[in-house]
Design a protein around this ligand. Structure first.
Ligand code: C2G
Length: 456
């Protein structure tokens, strides 16, 4: 189509559950010219700008906007800087956007004319989502190291209501409730807790309690998000996964890294093959819990149990199925304080996961390929930026995705969105991924038991 004699208007938005407010805005925008381009934000960009609660996929939202007869072209907006280049690319005459954004896009005046249009009062996607798909009632199980952050971060996910807690120490619950008045109900009896209207639970307790707590919750038909690992024995792990499947509920390990916008983007970028054939993935995570005043009983759960899930997630997502595993562990007081886990995967690729609670190291990650490598600076598991690097240093480039808060909200939002969409597994952490990631811990347990047997 020849756009030469057209007056081109462009506007952007998420357009979740396309409503009257959006339609009014789009019509007002079109009236400013005679050719309307609409940029629909993609999921990853929305998450990186803090929009967590979008209920429709990019494709669904694009289809809804495309179906409007007065919209001439639909494009996808993938990152913050795209607007400026779109102005040039499409030779845009007017950039239009709702007046909730007044001032935010003045910088585009350098490229085109910027127009802020009146918003429609009294209607929003948030309100529609809450009316149409409802709010998930969620409860917390246990008072663990991430419970407070979980409560703080859940406040940003409008599709869940977190107002109930179970823990075995009633005094601790009372104290927690004083500091978090929104958690209105506290139980020290798990059966009573599960007997309420709670639809989903977040479990953060001593690792050895996970299996029983998850099992009961799944049997009661609740969706479960549980700190990793979800079980410490192979048969328990299998049982929980099939229980979730049979009861048609969601069971997800709380590996927050998997849901961060930058981590998801990293996996997408790797698929393009810029660093050639991937040969090795190396990832480290160490934490000196003693210095952070964690009780000795926490450390005694072992560095591998506490930390191995994170490096294993990266290694598994990039290299796939594991063939051989070797553990180089170090002991103190009867538990592992460090472990260097070397794994061999398909095509002889190698994974090196390093975890420690009794030694400190740089928590970075490197993915090495035949043509270059990706470097993720510490703390790589709170992925914000990563670098593609090559023999010719001039060719290097960088990706940066900010995330809000401590990163937990992306995982909570994904958990809620999966429940709303009736999904019983996540694309990011499929049941096969969960098994592969958890098995490292379970294999290490076997390895230790065999060694102990030989020594005695
Ligand atoms: N809008 C409106 N009235 C409403 C709700 C939304 O006029 N009641 C307008 C917004 O001002 C915006 C457009 O509809 O111009 C799309 O709104 P959202 O889907 O909420 O998208 P938004 O986050 O505003 O996208 O690059 C993305 C844009 O910068 C902003």
């Amino acid at each position: 189509m020849n756009l030469k004699n057209k007056k081109i208007v462009i506007t952007y938005g998420t357009y979740d559950m396309l409503h009257e407010g959006h339609l009014n805005l789009l019509k007002r925008a079109k009236a400013l010219g005679n050719y309307l381009i609409v940029g629909v934000t993609d999921e990853n960009y929305d998450r990186s700008r803090g929009k967590l609660n979008v209920s429709q996929s990019t494709q669904e939202r694009v289809h809804a906007v495309e179906a409007l007869d007065f919209v001439d072209k639909v494009i996808i907006e993938k990152h913050k800087k795209q607007k400026a280049s779109d102005m040039v690319k499409y030779d845009v005459d007017i950039f239009a956007i709702g007046d909730d954004w007044v001032g935010a896009f003045d910088y585009l005046n350098e490229y085109t004319h910027v127009e802020y249009l009146p918003r429609t009062e009294g209607i929003s996607s948030t309100q529609l989502r809450q009316e149409q798909i409802g709010v998930i009632k969620m409860g917390i199980v246990g008072l663990g190291r991430d419970t407070q952050s979980f409560v703080d971060e859940a406040a940003f996910v409008s599709s869940i209501k977190l107002n109930r807690i179970y823990a075995d120490d009633f005094l601790a619950i009372k104290k927690f409730n004083k500091e978090n008045p929104q958690i209105e109900y506290g139980h020290d009896n798990y059966d009573d807790f599960l007997d309420t209207h709670v639809q989903a639970v977040y479990i953060d307790t001593a690792l050895k309690k996970h299996y029983m707590l998850i099992k009961k919750a799944l049997q009661a038909g609740k969706h479960v998000l549980c700190e990793n690992p979800i079980a410490l024995e192979k048969k328990e792990m299998k049982e929980l996964l099939s229980l979730a499947k049979n009861n048609k509920v969601l069971l997800l390990p709380a590996l927050k890294t998997a849901f961060l916008p930058a981590f998801k983007q990293l996996l997408k970028e790797l698929e393009k093959g810029e660093i050639g054939e991937i040969k090795e993935v190396r990832a480290t995570r160490t934490s000196l819990y003693r210095e952070k005043n964690y009780p000795e009983s926490f450390m005694a759960q072992g560095a591998t149990n506490i930390l191995a899930g994170y490096p294993t997630l990266l290694i598994h997502k990039v290299l796939g199925k594991r063939k051989n595993t070797t553990f180089f562990d170090q002991y103190d007081n009867g538990f592992d304080i460090s472990n260097l886990i070397v794994t061999q995967h398909q095509n002889n690729t190698v994974g090196v996961a390093r975890v420690a609670t009794g030694a400190k190291s740089e928590g970075d990650a490197v993915i090495s390929g035949t043509k270059g490598y990706v470097y993720i600076p510490a703390p790589w598991w709170l992925t914000k930026e990563f670098y593609f690097k090559f023999e010719d240093a001039h060719k290097s480039y960088k990706f940066k995705y900010e995330f809000e808060g401590c990163g937990l909200r992306y995982m909570i939002a994904e958990f809620a969105s999966l429940i709303h969409r009736g999904k019983r597994s996540s694309e990011v952490l499929r049941p096969t991924d969960i098994v592969a990631i958890s098995r490292i811990v379970l294999d290490y347990r076997d390895h230790k038991e065999n060694r102990d047997k030989k020594e005695h």
